[in-house]
Design a protein around this ligand. Structure first.
Ligand code: NAD
Length: 378
């Protein structure tokens, strides 16, 4: 298959981690006989410095006309004092909006050999296998009116039935091919938006008779998430709650650097790790590239519909982690690596031993966030 992939390295550790993800995709292409073409473009602070705009028109055009977009991260202290429309993050928000990406999928699971990497007890995190479905193009981040003065500031939290339905459908569909449990997180005891959210989810539930639906208030769910994470399967949230809860859930996996995401809904999907630009470790070959590499696996699965290739990449990551290889953020990694050498290990693991098919044996774990199916052999 031929595919054109736009690569937006961005700022901080973004260029380091995307380089490894692109190298993994190139290795997959070589192994499976595909032709992937990669085109780099500017976004975030790098784009502000070069053009004055965090999302230049040329970048947006490239993203609109390719098959998938791979992003590193944006932001950093150098641009913190810029006006809002010239901040790196506003370029990313505009890109998500322009591509019509309303559903952000964030799988969080705990690799069996990283149960000790979490600050939580292994018996709490063991077997965790969650799929967050976060609404991405509405809510507080985009709501109008919004204003700021040094004396008073306003943000608005609007949602329409249609906006809730389309993201809830993604969550119901995923739940029905996973463990058939959906928890919808809201604050319906206080917020009108949440009351509507809850009603829409309840109205849709009869169409999915095999999915057990549960509602939870965001405050108590924040606690349940780190005390009994195994009890949950698909977690549906609005934009802000999902942003916060999925970072909290990273504690379960052992490092923010491990977690991938896919933003879907429009004709072109965006694939990026959930972490930011990590300015504290940027340019030092310390960043964990696994979250970005697993985002590349999500790209193969969701954007290019290459399921066997996605599984092969996830299996390679799994194999490398199982072998004790990791960057410094992974407590317990017995073979320490920098960003580049960990990426190279994974690329090497994609290539099968001579005369064998690409490595699939290690994909038996549900770990690595294969959203299509929960595999029960944890
Ligand atoms: P961050 O995710 O960049 O970093 C939080 C902590 O996690 C840091 O200690 C960092 O070193 C560590 N970390 C992050 N990624 C890692 C990786 N791959 N490997 C190892 N350790 C890793 O969050 P922050 O510090 O709050 O934000 C830094 C900048 O990133 C800010 O400008 C923020 O606005 C931006 N940001 C961007 C995105 C995005 O591009 N999607 C998301 C979040 C934050």
């Amino acid at each position: 298959m031929e595919a054109r992939i736009t690569v937006l390295p961005g700022d901080g550790v973004g260029p380091e981690v995307t380089a490894e993800a692109v190298a993994c995709l190139a290795t997959i292409a070589e192994q499976f006989g595909h032709a992937f073409e990669f085109q780099e473009a500017l976004i975030g602070g790098a784009a502000v410095d070069a053009t004055g705009d965090p999302l230049p028109e040329a970048t947006l055009n490239l993203c609109r006309t390719c098959d998938a977009v791979m992003l590193g991260a944006v932001g950093g202290p150098a641009w913190d004092r810029h006006p809002r429309d010239q901040r790196p993050e506003s370029g990313l928000l505009r890109l998500r909006k322009a591509l019509g990406l309303y559903a952000n999928l964030r799988p969080v699971s705990v690799h069996p050999s990283l149960e000790d990497a979490s600050p939580l007890k292994p018996e709490i995190v063991r077997g965790t296998d969650l799929m967050f479905v976060r609404e991405l193009s509405g809510g507080l981040y985009f709501g109008e009116p919004r204003s700021y003065s040094d004396e008073a500031a306003v943000n608005t939290l609007p949602y329409t039935r249609g906006e809730i339905e389309r993201v809830a459908r993604v969550a119901f569909d995923l739940a029905s091919v996973r463990r058939k449990r959906l928890v919808s997180v809201d604050k319906a005891n206080v917020l009108e938006t949440s009351r509507l959210w809850r009603k829409v989810v309840d109205d849709m539930a009869p169409a999915y008779p095999d999915v057990a639906v549960q509602h939870a208030y965001v405050d108590s769910f924040a606690m349940a998430l780190i005390t009994r994470p195994r009890d949950f399967d698909v977690v549906l949230t609005e934009n802000l709650f999902g942003d916060i809860l999925s970072d909290e859930a990273a504690v379960l996996a052992g490092s923010l650097g491990l977690l991938p995401s896919a933003s879907l809904g429009g004709s072109v999907g965006l694939f990026e790790p959930i972490h930011g630009s990590a300015p504290d470790i940027a340019g030092q070959d310390k960043a964990n590239p696994i979250g970005t590499i697993l985002s590349a696996a999500m790209l193969l699965r969701h954007a290019l519909k290459l399921d066997a290739e996605a599984l092969a990449l996830e299996a390679a990551v799994n194999h490398v982690i199982k072998g004790g290889h990791g960057t410094g953020d992974l407590k317990g990694a017995t073979h320490p690596h920098g960003t580049h050498s960990l990426g190279a290990r994974i690329q090497e693991a994609i290539r099968p031993p001579r005369n064998k098919s690409p490595r699939l044996a290690d994909s038996a774990y549900s770990w690595c966030g294969s959203p299509e199916g929960h595999r029960s052999n944890h």
